[in-house]
Design a protein around this ligand. Sequence first.
Ligand code: DSN
Length: 430
Amino acid sequence: MLLQTTDPELAKSLNSELKRQQEGLEMIPSENYVSKYVLEALGSILTNKYSEGFPDQRYYGGNQFIDEIEKLAKERAKKLFGVDHANIQPYSGSPANQAAIFALCNPGDTIMGMHLFYGGHLTHGWKVNFSAKYYRSIQYTTGSDGLLDYDQIETLVKKERPKVLFCGATAYPRLYDYPRLAKIIHEVDGYFIADIAHESGLIAAGVIPSPVGYADIITTTTHKTLRGPRGGMILCNGKPSHPLAPLKKGENPREHLPTLIDRAVFPGLQGGPHNHQTAAIAVTLGEALQPSFKIYAEQILKNAKSLADALIDKGFELVTNGTDNHLMLINTTKKGLTGKEAELALDKAGITVNKNTIPFDERSPYDPSGIRLGTPALTTRGMKEKEMEQIAIWISEVFDHSNDEKVLAHIREQVKATTDQFPIYKEIEY
Ligand code: DSN
Protein backbone atom coordinates (compact mmCIF):
# COMPACT_ATOMS: atom_id res chain seq x y z
CA MET A 1 0.00 0.00 0.00
CA LEU A 2 1.35 3.42 -0.89
CA LEU A 3 1.62 6.31 1.56
CA GLN A 4 -0.40 8.46 -0.84
CA THR A 5 -3.52 6.42 -0.12
CA THR A 6 -3.38 7.24 3.61
CA ASP A 7 -1.49 10.52 3.75
CA PRO A 8 -1.57 12.23 0.35
CA GLU A 9 -0.37 15.53 1.80
CA LEU A 10 2.93 14.03 2.99
CA ALA A 11 3.26 11.66 0.02
CA LYS A 12 3.10 14.64 -2.34
CA SER A 13 6.24 16.14 -0.76
CA LEU A 14 8.06 12.80 -0.75
CA ASN A 15 7.26 12.19 -4.41
CA SER A 16 8.40 15.72 -5.30
CA GLU A 17 11.70 15.17 -3.46
CA LEU A 18 12.08 11.80 -5.21
CA LYS A 19 11.63 13.54 -8.58
CA ARG A 20 14.15 16.23 -7.59
CA GLN A 21 16.72 13.57 -6.68
CA GLN A 22 16.03 11.67 -9.91
CA GLU A 23 16.03 14.58 -12.35
CA GLY A 24 18.78 16.84 -11.00
CA LEU A 25 22.54 16.67 -10.80
CA GLU A 26 23.25 16.15 -7.08
CA MET A 27 26.65 17.74 -6.58
CA ILE A 28 26.72 18.52 -2.85
CA PRO A 29 29.84 16.53 -1.92
CA SER A 30 28.44 15.29 1.39
CA GLU A 31 25.37 13.68 -0.22
CA ASN A 32 24.85 10.39 -1.99
CA TYR A 33 22.20 7.86 -3.08
CA VAL A 34 21.91 4.81 -0.81
CA SER A 35 21.02 1.39 -2.19
CA LYS A 36 17.49 0.00 -1.97
CA TYR A 37 18.79 -2.50 0.59
CA VAL A 38 19.98 0.34 2.86
CA LEU A 39 16.52 1.91 2.45
CA GLU A 40 14.88 -1.42 3.27
CA ALA A 41 16.82 -1.74 6.54
CA LEU A 42 16.15 1.91 7.41
CA GLY A 43 12.42 1.46 6.92
CA SER A 44 12.32 -1.75 8.96
CA ILE A 45 10.57 -2.73 12.19
CA LEU A 46 13.86 -2.31 14.06
CA THR A 47 12.82 1.28 14.76
CA ASN A 48 10.36 -0.13 17.32
CA LYS A 49 12.97 -1.41 19.78
CA TYR A 50 14.73 0.17 22.77
CA SER A 51 18.27 -1.14 23.37
CA GLU A 52 20.17 1.20 25.71
CA GLY A 53 23.62 -0.24 26.32
CA PHE A 54 25.76 -2.43 24.10
CA PRO A 55 25.47 -5.99 22.77
CA ASP A 56 25.11 -8.45 25.67
CA GLN A 57 24.91 -5.49 28.10
CA ARG A 58 21.48 -3.94 27.61
CA TYR A 59 19.08 -2.22 29.96
CA TYR A 60 16.04 -3.71 28.16
CA GLY A 61 14.91 -7.25 27.46
CA GLY A 62 14.20 -8.72 24.06
CA ASN A 63 17.44 -7.61 22.46
CA GLN A 64 18.82 -10.94 21.23
CA PHE A 65 18.31 -10.07 17.54
CA ILE A 66 19.32 -6.44 17.97
CA ASP A 67 22.55 -7.75 19.52
CA GLU A 68 23.17 -9.89 16.44
CA ILE A 69 22.66 -6.87 14.18
CA GLU A 70 24.86 -4.50 16.18
CA LYS A 71 27.63 -7.11 16.48
CA LEU A 72 27.51 -7.64 12.71
CA ALA A 73 27.77 -3.91 12.04
CA LYS A 74 30.70 -3.59 14.46
CA GLU A 75 32.56 -6.58 12.99
CA ARG A 76 32.12 -5.21 9.47
CA ALA A 77 33.31 -1.74 10.51
CA LYS A 78 36.41 -3.23 12.17
CA LYS A 79 37.22 -5.33 9.12
CA LEU A 80 36.61 -2.53 6.64
CA PHE A 81 38.80 0.04 8.39
CA GLY A 82 41.30 -2.37 10.02
CA VAL A 83 40.70 -1.30 13.62
CA ASP A 84 40.14 -3.16 16.91
CA HIS A 85 37.06 -1.28 18.06
CA ALA A 86 34.04 0.37 16.47
CA ASN A 87 31.17 2.18 18.13
CA ILE A 88 28.38 2.47 15.57
CA GLN A 89 25.78 4.12 17.82
CA PRO A 90 26.44 7.87 17.27
CA TYR A 91 23.33 9.35 15.71
CA SER A 92 25.44 11.25 13.18
CA GLY A 93 28.81 12.96 12.66
CA SER A 94 28.36 15.85 15.08
CA PRO A 95 27.30 13.55 17.95
CA ALA A 96 30.30 11.31 17.11
CA ASN A 97 32.65 14.28 17.50
CA GLN A 98 30.88 15.38 20.65
CA ALA A 99 31.38 11.89 22.11
CA ALA A 100 35.04 11.75 21.07
CA ILE A 101 35.76 15.05 22.84
CA PHE A 102 33.65 14.06 25.84
CA ALA A 103 35.64 10.81 26.08
CA LEU A 104 38.98 12.60 26.31
CA CYS A 105 38.45 16.07 27.78
CA ASN A 106 37.20 17.76 30.89
CA PRO A 107 35.32 21.07 30.54
CA GLY A 108 37.82 23.85 29.97
CA ASP A 109 40.47 21.62 28.36
CA THR A 110 42.01 22.95 25.16
CA ILE A 111 40.98 21.52 21.82
CA MET A 112 42.29 22.55 18.41
CA GLY A 113 40.76 22.20 14.96
CA MET A 114 40.54 23.82 11.56
CA HIS A 115 38.72 27.17 11.37
CA LEU A 116 35.21 26.81 9.91
CA PHE A 117 35.72 29.50 7.28
CA TYR A 118 38.83 27.72 5.96
CA GLY A 119 37.00 24.42 5.51
CA GLY A 120 36.79 23.04 9.07
CA HIS A 121 33.74 21.76 10.93
CA LEU A 122 31.54 23.37 13.60
CA THR A 123 32.31 20.60 16.09
CA HIS A 124 36.07 21.12 15.82
CA GLY A 125 35.90 24.23 18.00
CA TRP A 126 33.78 26.84 16.19
CA LYS A 127 32.82 29.64 18.57
CA VAL A 128 29.04 29.11 18.67
CA ASN A 129 29.33 25.32 18.97
CA PHE A 130 29.49 23.23 22.19
CA SER A 131 33.09 22.46 21.25
CA ALA A 132 34.09 26.06 21.95
CA LYS A 133 31.53 26.82 24.65
CA TYR A 134 32.56 24.01 26.98
CA TYR A 135 36.20 23.67 25.93
CA ARG A 136 38.92 26.19 25.21
CA SER A 137 39.16 26.28 21.43
CA ILE A 138 42.17 27.19 19.31
CA GLN A 139 41.67 27.23 15.55
CA TYR A 140 44.21 26.81 12.77
CA THR A 141 43.79 28.06 9.22
CA THR A 142 45.21 27.27 5.82
CA GLY A 143 48.02 29.17 4.14
CA SER A 144 47.23 31.70 1.41
CA ASP A 145 47.43 28.84 -1.12
CA GLY A 146 44.47 27.14 0.61
CA LEU A 147 46.67 24.26 1.79
CA LEU A 148 47.09 23.23 5.42
CA ASP A 149 50.10 24.94 6.91
CA TYR A 150 51.69 22.19 9.03
CA ASP A 151 54.36 24.55 10.40
CA GLN A 152 51.60 26.86 11.67
CA ILE A 153 49.83 23.88 13.27
CA GLU A 154 53.07 22.73 14.93
CA THR A 155 53.82 26.19 16.31
CA LEU A 156 50.27 26.54 17.67
CA VAL A 157 50.31 23.07 19.23
CA LYS A 158 53.64 23.75 20.96
CA LYS A 159 52.33 27.07 22.30
CA GLU A 160 48.80 26.03 23.33
CA ARG A 161 49.43 22.34 24.21
CA PRO A 162 45.89 21.16 23.31
CA LYS A 163 44.57 17.95 24.74
CA VAL A 164 42.97 17.16 21.38
CA LEU A 165 44.00 18.00 17.84
CA PHE A 166 41.34 17.50 15.16
CA CYS A 167 42.01 17.07 11.50
CA GLY A 168 39.29 16.74 8.93
CA ALA A 169 37.08 19.22 7.16
CA THR A 170 33.91 19.78 5.22
CA ALA A 171 35.56 21.75 2.45
CA TYR A 172 39.19 20.75 2.02
CA PRO A 173 40.02 19.36 -1.42
CA ARG A 174 43.37 17.81 -0.53
CA LEU A 175 44.78 14.92 1.53
CA TYR A 176 46.11 15.09 5.10
CA ASP A 177 49.61 14.32 6.35
CA TYR A 178 48.43 12.01 9.14
CA PRO A 179 51.94 10.92 10.27
CA ARG A 180 53.01 14.54 10.71
CA LEU A 181 49.87 15.56 12.59
CA ALA A 182 50.22 12.54 14.91
CA LYS A 183 53.84 13.44 15.64
CA ILE A 184 52.97 17.08 16.33
CA ILE A 185 50.23 16.35 18.87
CA HIS A 186 51.88 13.33 20.49
CA GLU A 187 54.94 15.45 21.28
CA VAL A 188 52.78 17.42 23.71
CA ASP A 189 51.05 14.24 24.94
CA GLY A 190 47.73 15.20 23.33
CA TYR A 191 45.27 13.04 21.40
CA PHE A 192 44.84 13.05 17.64
CA ILE A 193 41.26 12.76 16.34
CA ALA A 194 40.90 12.29 12.59
CA ASP A 195 37.39 13.18 11.43
CA ILE A 196 37.08 11.34 8.13
CA ALA A 197 33.36 12.06 7.65
CA HIS A 198 33.86 13.19 4.08
CA GLU A 199 36.48 10.72 2.94
CA SER A 200 35.52 7.53 4.82
CA GLY A 201 34.31 5.74 1.68
CA LEU A 202 37.52 6.60 -0.15
CA ILE A 203 39.59 5.46 2.86
CA ALA A 204 37.58 2.24 3.27
CA ALA A 205 38.18 1.45 -0.39
CA GLY A 206 41.91 2.10 0.02
CA VAL A 207 42.06 4.73 -2.72
CA ILE A 208 43.42 7.46 -0.41
CA PRO A 209 45.59 7.09 2.74
CA SER A 210 44.04 6.05 6.05
CA PRO A 211 44.69 7.65 9.46
CA VAL A 212 44.60 4.20 11.13
CA GLY A 213 47.84 3.73 13.04
CA TYR A 214 48.29 7.51 13.43
CA ALA A 215 45.06 8.88 14.89
CA ASP A 216 44.09 7.89 18.43
CA ILE A 217 40.42 8.17 17.51
CA ILE A 218 38.69 8.28 14.13
CA THR A 219 35.20 9.71 13.74
CA THR A 220 33.03 9.55 10.67
CA THR A 221 29.57 9.90 9.27
CA THR A 222 28.16 6.96 7.34
CA HIS A 223 26.20 8.84 4.69
CA LYS A 224 28.75 10.65 2.56
CA THR A 225 31.29 8.80 0.39
CA LEU A 226 30.58 5.66 2.45
CA ARG A 227 27.06 5.75 0.90
CA GLY A 228 25.02 4.64 3.87
CA PRO A 229 22.19 5.99 6.01
CA ARG A 230 22.66 9.16 8.03
CA GLY A 231 24.70 8.01 11.01
CA GLY A 232 28.07 8.10 12.72
CA MET A 233 30.85 5.81 13.89
CA ILE A 234 33.84 6.11 16.19
CA LEU A 235 36.82 3.86 15.54
CA CYS A 236 40.01 3.19 17.50
CA ASN A 237 42.46 0.53 18.49
CA GLY A 238 42.56 -1.32 21.82
CA LYS A 239 40.08 -3.64 23.50
CA PRO A 240 37.12 -2.41 25.57
CA SER A 241 37.35 -3.55 29.17
CA HIS A 242 33.75 -3.15 30.25
CA PRO A 243 32.00 -0.39 28.31
CA LEU A 244 29.58 0.42 31.08
CA ALA A 245 32.09 0.50 33.97
CA PRO A 246 34.21 3.59 34.69
CA LEU A 247 38.01 3.41 34.55
CA LYS A 248 39.65 2.38 37.79
CA LYS A 249 41.81 4.89 39.65
CA GLY A 250 45.29 5.14 38.15
CA GLU A 251 44.37 3.50 34.82
CA ASN A 252 45.97 5.23 31.82
CA PRO A 253 43.14 6.61 29.60
CA ARG A 254 45.29 6.12 26.50
CA GLU A 255 45.14 2.36 27.09
CA HIS A 256 41.35 2.37 27.46
CA LEU A 257 40.10 4.41 24.53
CA PRO A 258 37.39 1.90 23.51
CA THR A 259 35.89 2.01 27.00
CA LEU A 260 36.06 5.80 27.17
CA ILE A 261 34.40 6.12 23.77
CA ASP A 262 31.62 3.67 24.55
CA ARG A 263 30.89 5.35 27.88
CA ALA A 264 30.88 8.77 26.25
CA VAL A 265 28.29 7.67 23.69
CA PHE A 266 26.19 5.86 26.29
CA PRO A 267 25.42 6.75 29.04
CA GLY A 268 27.41 9.97 28.49
CA LEU A 269 25.43 11.57 25.69
CA GLN A 270 22.86 9.44 23.94
CA GLY A 271 19.89 7.26 24.80
CA GLY A 272 18.84 4.18 22.91
CA PRO A 273 20.64 3.43 19.66
CA HIS A 274 18.62 3.77 16.46
CA ASN A 275 18.49 0.10 15.56
CA HIS A 276 17.05 0.58 12.07
CA GLN A 277 20.01 2.89 11.41
CA THR A 278 22.43 0.28 12.84
CA ALA A 279 21.02 -2.33 10.46
CA ALA A 280 21.30 0.06 7.53
CA ILE A 281 24.92 0.78 8.52
CA ALA A 282 25.54 -3.00 8.55
CA VAL A 283 24.17 -3.19 5.00
CA THR A 284 26.35 -0.23 3.97
CA LEU A 285 29.50 -1.75 5.43
CA GLY A 286 28.70 -5.07 3.75
CA GLU A 287 28.42 -3.23 0.43
CA ALA A 288 31.66 -1.32 1.05
CA LEU A 289 33.47 -4.63 1.64
CA GLN A 290 32.62 -5.77 -1.91
CA PRO A 291 35.24 -5.34 -4.68
CA SER A 292 32.78 -3.20 -6.65
CA PHE A 293 33.01 -0.49 -3.95
CA LYS A 294 36.69 0.04 -4.71
CA ILE A 295 35.82 0.57 -8.37
CA TYR A 296 33.17 3.08 -7.29
CA ALA A 297 35.64 4.96 -5.07
CA GLU A 298 38.27 5.05 -7.82
CA GLN A 299 35.68 6.51 -10.19
CA ILE A 300 34.72 9.21 -7.66
CA LEU A 301 38.35 10.38 -7.75
CA LYS A 302 38.64 10.16 -11.54
CA ASN A 303 35.39 12.11 -11.93
CA ALA A 304 36.51 14.78 -9.47
CA LYS A 305 39.81 15.27 -11.30
CA SER A 306 38.09 15.37 -14.65
CA LEU A 307 35.51 17.91 -13.44
CA ALA A 308 38.18 20.07 -11.79
CA ASP A 309 40.33 20.06 -14.94
CA ALA A 310 37.35 20.90 -17.15
CA LEU A 311 36.31 23.77 -14.86
CA ILE A 312 39.86 25.17 -14.84
CA ASP A 313 39.87 24.95 -18.66
CA LYS A 314 36.70 27.06 -18.63
CA GLY A 315 38.47 29.75 -16.61
CA PHE A 316 37.20 28.90 -13.11
CA GLU A 317 39.50 29.50 -10.15
CA LEU A 318 39.58 26.49 -7.83
CA VAL A 319 40.90 26.67 -4.26
CA THR A 320 44.32 24.90 -4.28
CA ASN A 321 43.95 24.69 -8.08
CA GLY A 322 42.28 21.32 -8.05
CA THR A 323 41.47 18.30 -5.93
CA ASP A 324 42.91 15.06 -4.55
CA ASN A 325 39.59 13.79 -3.24
CA HIS A 326 35.89 13.91 -4.11
CA LEU A 327 35.27 17.67 -3.81
CA MET A 328 36.35 21.06 -5.03
CA LEU A 329 35.73 24.70 -4.18
CA ILE A 330 35.20 27.37 -6.82
CA ASN A 331 35.93 31.01 -6.09
CA THR A 332 32.75 32.27 -7.76
CA THR A 333 33.53 35.96 -7.31
CA LYS A 334 36.27 35.61 -9.93
CA LYS A 335 33.44 34.85 -12.36
CA GLY A 336 31.23 37.70 -11.19
CA LEU A 337 28.81 35.87 -8.86
CA THR A 338 28.66 35.47 -5.10
CA GLY A 339 28.35 31.92 -3.77
CA LYS A 340 24.66 32.47 -3.02
CA GLU A 341 23.94 33.80 -6.50
CA ALA A 342 25.81 30.89 -8.06
CA GLU A 343 23.95 28.32 -5.92
CA LEU A 344 20.60 29.82 -6.92
CA ALA A 345 21.36 30.05 -10.64
CA LEU A 346 22.74 26.48 -10.74
CA ASP A 347 19.66 25.26 -8.86
CA LYS A 348 17.44 26.74 -11.56
CA ALA A 349 19.45 24.74 -14.10
CA GLY A 350 18.92 21.49 -12.13
CA ILE A 351 22.45 21.46 -10.66
CA THR A 352 22.51 21.27 -6.84
CA VAL A 353 25.61 22.62 -5.06
CA ASN A 354 26.13 24.59 -1.86
CA LYS A 355 27.51 28.03 -1.26
CA ASN A 356 30.67 27.91 0.84
CA THR A 357 33.30 30.21 2.29
CA ILE A 358 36.76 29.99 0.78
CA PRO A 359 40.05 30.56 2.66
CA PHE A 360 40.48 34.25 3.64
CA ASP A 361 36.90 34.96 2.56
CA GLU A 362 35.89 38.57 3.09
CA ARG A 363 32.20 37.81 2.68
CA SER A 364 29.80 36.24 5.19
CA PRO A 365 28.91 32.51 5.27
CA TYR A 366 25.33 33.50 4.31
CA ASP A 367 26.61 34.87 1.02
CA PRO A 368 30.21 33.74 0.72
CA SER A 369 32.67 33.88 -2.17
CA GLY A 370 32.48 30.29 -3.26
CA ILE A 371 30.58 27.11 -3.95
CA ARG A 372 31.50 23.55 -3.01
CA LEU A 373 30.80 20.67 -5.34
CA GLY A 374 31.65 17.00 -5.56
CA THR A 375 31.20 13.76 -7.44
CA PRO A 376 30.06 10.94 -5.06
CA ALA A 377 26.35 11.03 -5.94
CA LEU A 378 26.88 11.45 -9.69
CA THR A 379 29.31 8.52 -9.61
CA THR A 380 26.71 6.34 -7.86
CA ARG A 381 24.45 6.98 -10.87
CA GLY A 382 27.16 5.62 -13.16
CA MET A 383 28.38 8.91 -14.60
CA LYS A 384 31.98 9.08 -15.79
CA GLU A 385 34.54 11.54 -17.14
CA LYS A 386 32.52 12.30 -20.31
CA GLU A 387 29.55 13.47 -18.23
CA MET A 388 31.86 15.54 -15.98
CA GLU A 389 33.13 17.45 -19.01
CA GLN A 390 29.56 18.17 -20.11
CA ILE A 391 28.64 19.29 -16.59
CA ALA A 392 31.55 21.76 -16.59
CA ILE A 393 30.17 23.21 -19.83
CA TRP A 394 26.71 23.64 -18.24
CA ILE A 395 28.17 25.21 -15.11
CA SER A 396 30.07 27.66 -17.26
CA GLU A 397 26.93 28.51 -19.25
CA VAL A 398 25.01 29.09 -16.03
CA PHE A 399 27.64 31.59 -14.87
CA ASP A 400 27.53 33.36 -18.23
CA HIS A 401 23.71 33.56 -18.25
CA SER A 402 22.82 33.56 -14.56
CA ASN A 403 19.96 36.04 -15.02
CA ASP A 404 18.55 34.52 -18.19
CA GLU A 405 15.68 32.27 -17.08
CA LYS A 406 15.28 30.87 -20.61
CA VAL A 407 18.89 29.70 -20.81
CA LEU A 408 18.72 28.21 -17.31
CA ALA A 409 15.48 26.37 -18.19
CA HIS A 410 17.07 25.05 -21.37
CA ILE A 411 20.07 23.72 -19.43
CA ARG A 412 17.67 22.12 -16.96
CA GLU A 413 16.03 20.23 -19.85
CA GLN A 414 19.43 18.98 -21.01
CA VAL A 415 20.31 17.98 -17.45
CA LYS A 416 17.09 15.98 -17.23
CA ALA A 417 17.80 14.25 -20.54
CA THR A 418 21.18 13.19 -19.14
CA THR A 419 19.91 12.08 -15.74
CA ASP A 420 17.22 10.02 -17.53
CA GLN A 421 20.09 8.02 -19.00
CA PHE A 422 21.41 7.31 -15.48
CA PRO A 423 18.19 6.38 -13.69
CA ILE A 424 17.96 6.08 -9.92
CA TYR A 425 15.17 4.69 -7.68
CA LYS A 426 12.97 3.72 -10.66
CA GLU A 427 10.97 1.29 -8.51
CA ILE A 428 10.16 3.81 -5.75
CA GLU A 429 6.83 5.58 -5.33
CA TYR A 430 5.18 6.87 -2.13
N1 DSN B 1 26.99 19.09 6.68
C1 DSN B 1 28.21 18.37 6.39
C2 DSN B 1 28.73 18.71 5.05
O1 DSN B 1 27.95 19.07 4.20
O2 DSN B 1 29.92 18.61 4.82
C3 DSN B 1 29.21 18.59 7.45
O3 DSN B 1 28.65 18.33 8.67
